[in-house]
Design a protein around this ligand. Structure first.
Ligand SMILES: NC(=O)c1ccc[n+]([C@@H]2O[C@H](COP(=O)([O-])OP(=O)(O)OC[C@H]3O[C@@H](n4cnc5c(N)ncnc54)[C@H](OP(=O)(O)O)[C@@H]3O)[C@@H](O)[C@H]2O)c1
Length: 328
């Protein structure tokens, strides 16, 4: 089969679509002909040698895919050759075929494209896990979502709205602010022009927010802690703005805050199956019905994965960047 192979060096990785050994699959897995996969920030890091796949996972890039089941393992029940599916992956999505544990599969609605399918698992599960399981967001609370126009952000805005929370976001351009408002953000802050802490405090009469979903990290730590109300939660999912920060520990104690670090990829397979099942019961029906929507910015043929990575690295996307595989 063909897959993306990372060549070049750590500073300048070169993504090449070329022949690699075929994938093997186990009795509890299905083999899927990949039709679409998507770019995630983790892929950019992995291509630069900065993010190793979990032990036992494919070395090939790609944390999600949508495609057609080509073969079914002997212990798999309920899935058939020809089923249109999508799934979260620990790696291996940038390829013509991938092996997927049956418990990780979601069936694509008939009217969905493969691009829509692959736009769901990584960012919607991340948003779901960190808003609700880690962040314990509940109806009537207020959440601040940094990088609101990112793949994760566009999913998180919609999920938080569906859970009847009030949503504030930060983003770096007027176009992104508008997109986030259209998805349901009540307050949208251009962090390049305004101080998000000031805006949050004005909007909440100095109370602060209940939860912050934060992919920025170090540079935001002090202001994030100040922007939280008593019993607030800060869930850190990324470090786009650096991994070192300072904060006033007095506020942590005095406001009885909680700071949580969370990754999806490193969770054991059984936990990922559980997350898939919970998402399938809780929020997948709202996506299937069209009430919530995967937000897609653009698509590149997988042969142009390098271009797609550059596009994402330049912060150009609102929502997901898709890689299509083969004839669509
Ligand atoms: N922990 C997990 O399990 C997990 C899972 C998935 C993703 N993530 C993380 O979540 C984040 C979003 O992922 P994604 O794939 O949705 O990203 P994405 O679509 O590529 O969007 C990321 C956006 O973040 C903003 N940004 C970049 N650098 C920034 C900085 N220094 N300060 C503030 N904003 C910055 C940019 O938008 P602006 O133009 O608005 O600046 C950029 O477009 C990434 O950090 C990713 O690693 C974590």
């Amino acid at each position: 089969m063909k897959a993306i192979v990372v060549k070049g060096d750590k500073q300048n990785p070169v993504l090449v679509w070329e022949s690699v050994p075929d994938v093997e699959y186990g009795p509890e897995e299905v083999l899927v002909n990949v039709q679409a996969t998507a770019v995630n920030r983790a892929d950019l890091l992995q291509a630069r040698g900065g993010y190793n796949p979990p032990v036992g996972a494919s070395e090939i890039l790609g944390l999600e895919m949508a495609g057609i089941i080509a073969t079914v393992g002997e212990d798999v029940a309920g899935w058939q050759v020809g089923d249109r599916v999508c799934a979260l992956l620990p790696g291996g999505g940038y390829a013509e075929q991938v092996a997927v544990p049956a418990g990780m599969l979601l069936k694509l609605p008939k009217e969905w494209t493969f691009a829509m399918g692959t736009a769901v698992p990584e960012v919607w599960y991340t948003a779901y896990v960190n808003l609700f399981l880690e962040g314990e967001l509940s109806a009537g609370e207020t959440v601040l979502i940094h990088a609101g126009a990112s793949g994760v952000g566009t999913a998180a805005i919609q999920l938080a709205n569906a859970a009847e929370a009030t949503v504030f976001i930060t983003a770096g351009s007027d176009e992104k602010l508008l997109a986030c408002r259209k998805l349901g953000a009540e307050l949208a802050i251009n962090y390049k022009q305004e101080d998000f802490l000031e805006k949050v405090l004005v909007a909440t009469q100095d109370q602060g927010v209940d939860l912050i979903l934060d992919p920025v990290g170090g540079g935001y730590l002090d202001r994030n802690v100040k922007a939280l109300k008593r019993f607030g939660r800060l869930v850190n999912i990324g470090q786009l703005g650096g991994s070192h920060g300072e904060m006033n520990m007095g506020l942590l104690l005095g406001k009885r805050l909680r700071i949580v670090g969370s990754t999806l990829r490193s969770r054991p397979p059984a936990e990922k199956v559980k997350i898939t099942e919970q998402f399938q019961t809780g929020y997948w029906p709202l996506l299937r019905s069209g009430e919530l929507k995967p937000i897609i910015d653009t698509a590149f043929p997988i042969e142009q994965a390098q271009k797609a990575h550059e596009y994402v690295a330049q912060n150009k996307n609102i929502g997901k960047v898709i890689l299509t595989v083969g004839e669509q």
